[in-house]
Write a protein that binds this ligand. Structure first.
Ligand code: SF4
Length: 243
């Protein structure tokens, strides 16, 4: 890629109002399975999940001094060294302007991974054409969604997003964070039934991560999922990975 092309990409990025940046990690081997990637964190998320380990990224404006041109300029120097760029939050799909960034990241030659709660179905649908892989959180059974996210009506929004994703051909991972004080056994079985109805046969159960969590009760009351329950869940979703 010529310097002129990179310069055009930077000019385009400078000319747009873009999402507030919350952080940047130059290297990750875990945010896009099988790929080495940089991670861009956008600032802002409407949810207030009790187990959130990035609460500093929830509010609309953060304190990051990063700039999009600086990040894109750095990425241009990593072509051939990294495979991809992963977008995390916060909630990346909260930002209508993100598709332009995804497009330019692809123009630089990287694949794009998008981590989302699916809470903005319209914005999410506009990002899918520029996305190679989605890490999609299913946080609760439909009827209990607002209990976990704190956002009324979030369940139906997530249902719309997941259906939109499944109707396309983007690669994805469905994952659920497990903590017994947030989701009990019957909640997990209800989610497993929902995934089966959607035709999903792979599911990642993420152990609660205490790092950064500001809810002390959750940190002290965590217990891992037991094998009997896992067997029950596999009756509905055969391929479950616990990590
Ligand atoms: S959706 Fe993610 S970033 Fe937002 S509050 Fe929940 S865990 Fe935190």
């Amino acid at each position: 890629m010529s310097k002129a092309v990179v310069s055009d990409i930077l000019t385009d990025i400078r000319s747009r109002p873009l999402p507030p940046l919350g952080g940047f990690a130059p290297f990750s081997a875990v945010d896009y399975p099988g790929y080495l990637c940089a991670v861009i964190y956008t600032q802002g998320c409407p949810c207030r999940c009790h187990y959130c380990h990035n609460p500093h990224l929830q509010h609309g404006r953060g304190h990051s001094e990063l700039s999009w041109p600086a990040v894109m300029n750095w990425l241009a120097t990593r072509r051939g060294l990294l495979d991809a760029v992963a977008f995390c939050g916060g909630e990346p799909t909260a930002h209508k302007s993100l598709p332009a960034v995804l497009q330019q990241v692809r123009n630089l030659g990287f694949s794009v991974a998008l981590h989302t709660s699916g809470i903005y179905p319209y914005n999410f649908s506009n990002m899918l054409p520029y996305t190679d892989w989605v890490g999609f959180d299913i946080k609760a059974p439909l009827a209990r969604y607002a209990d976990v996210t704190g956002v009324p009506g979030s369940g139906i929004r997530v249902q719309n997003s997941v259906e939109c994703m499944l109707s396309g051909n983007v690669a994805y991972e469905i994952r659920t964070t497990v903590h017994p004080a947030i989701l009990d056994a019957s909640d997990l079985v209800t989610i497993a039934r929902w995934l089966k109805l959607l035709g999903i046969s792979n599911w990642v159960l993420q152990s609660f991560n205490p790092a950064g969590c500001v809810n002390a009760d959750l940190v002290t009351s965590y217990a891992p999922i037991d094998h009997e329950l896992l067997d029950k869940l596999r009756e509905h979703v055969p391929n479950i990975l616990v990590r």
